[in-house]
Design a protein around this ligand. Structure first.
Ligand code: NDP
Length: 330
């Protein structure tokens, strides 16, 4: 089976040279082990941080070793009573076509009628990030006006729809006409094409003249400054991601208007979704209901073949994805 390894640590924007393909033989599963053929893998922005050799909430990738991350696959051989050939499973062993691993590193996937790859996106980690960030971190309450950056991505598009399903006015920001059209299609009230705007604060205040109560930050940088400028009294900011600085080679200046936190009584809180997995059952129940009611849907951008995984990953930083960026492996 082929796998993608980290060949060198990127400096700035990752390039194809940072990755290399290798082929390994998969051993037959020993006692308690399972062999899996991956069907889908995810590429996510947080993986960029793991390419740096720094201590963080998720350990750095090792040079010369296969990368890893979320994947959905099918059991091809099992030497463990909990799994049998044909079972669909979820693992953290992406970036490879297949693997042999202890059964304890897998979870059986009950798709509940959804396509399996949905569990890497809307019905998985990114979807839960949207849900937890909005409901728990931002403590969304009736009447809140919600501003979302990175609005057409995996997390952002779910934030928009969850807020709409709960009856909120939503302002979404994303780059380019196709993303703007998609956001209008899913009911976002005001869409900002940030790549076409010189003054984000003006654009935000034109969309929400009375300001916003909740800001869901996926990108940081100028969007965060605009959100501070456009925040109402007692606004809550869920700081989910800052993709605009993930490839920076030097520390970036913080929001120049951070002092607005004080006068506006803003609460700004960062979070990592893994501390909110307890919400998953509640999220899946709500999601199933919203899907059945036609209130929530999602898009995927699919690259085919393991050899395309680096392109898919690098594409995240160029905005090449509408909805969840995925790699189809088989
Ligand atoms: P997306 O599907 O949103 O893909 C990334 C998108 O970011 C691109 O499509 C692009 O959209 C946008 N983007 C790239 N560069 C910039 C830039 N310089 N300025 C503004 N936008 C940019 O990814 P995810 O939904 O998976 O993740 C979104 C954010 O959430 C990321 O910051 C990620 O790290 C974070 N995250 C945090 C988690 C947590 O636990 N805290 C969990 C999961 C994700 P466009 O074309 O609109 O520019």
């Amino acid at each position: 089976a082929r796998e993608i390894r980290l060949k060198s640590r990127p400096v700035g924007l990752p390039t194809a040279d940072n990755f290399e393909m290798a082929t390994v033989d998969l051993p037959d599963p020993g006692p308690g082990e399972v062999q899996v053929r991956n069907l889908w893998m995810t590429v996510d922005p947080y993986m960029r941080g793991r390419m740096n050799d720094v201590k963080s909430y998720s350990p750095p990738f090792q040079l010369g070793k296969a990368l890893d991350g979320g994947a959905v696959g099918e059991v091809t051989a099992s030497n463990d009573p909990k799994f049998k050939a044909g079972d669909l499973v979820q693992s953290g062993l992406g970036w490879r076509e297949g693997f042999t691993a202890p059964a304890s590193s897998l979870q059986k996937l009950d798709t509940r009628g959804l396509p399996p790859q949905a569990f890497l996106g809307a019905a998985g980690m990114p979807g839960l990030t949207a849900y937890a960030g909005l409901l728990r971190i931002a403590a969304l309450k009736d009447g809140d006006v919600v501003f979302v950056s990175g609005a057409a991505g995996a997390v952002g598009s779910m934030v928009c729809q969850i807020a709409k399903a709960k009856g909120h006015t939503v302002v979404g920001s994303a780059g380019g006409a196709e993303k703007v059209a998609f956001l209008k299609e899913i009911g976002v009230d005001h869409v900002i094409d940030y790549k076409a705007e010189k003054d984000l604060t003006a654009a935000l205040l034109a969309a929400a003249p009375d300001g916003v109560d909740v800001y869901f930050d996926n990108v940081g940088g100028p969007h965060l400054e605009a959100a501070l400028n456009g925040a109402r009294l007692f606004a809550r900011f869920a700081i989910c991601g800052m993709i605009s600085i993930y490839n920076a080679t030097e520390p970036q200046p913080g929001p120049r208007n951070l002092a607005l936190l004080i006068g506006k009584n803003i609460r700004m809180e960062g979070f990592i979704v893994s501390h909110h997995f307890d919400l998953m059952p509640q999220y899946i129940a709500d999601l199933s209901k919203w899907v059945a009611e036609g209130k929530v849907t999602w898009k995927e951008t699919v690259f085919e073949g393991l050899e395309k995984a680096p392109d898919a990953f690098m594409g995240l930083f160029k905005g090449e994805n509408l909805g969840k960026m995925l790699v189809k492996l088989a």
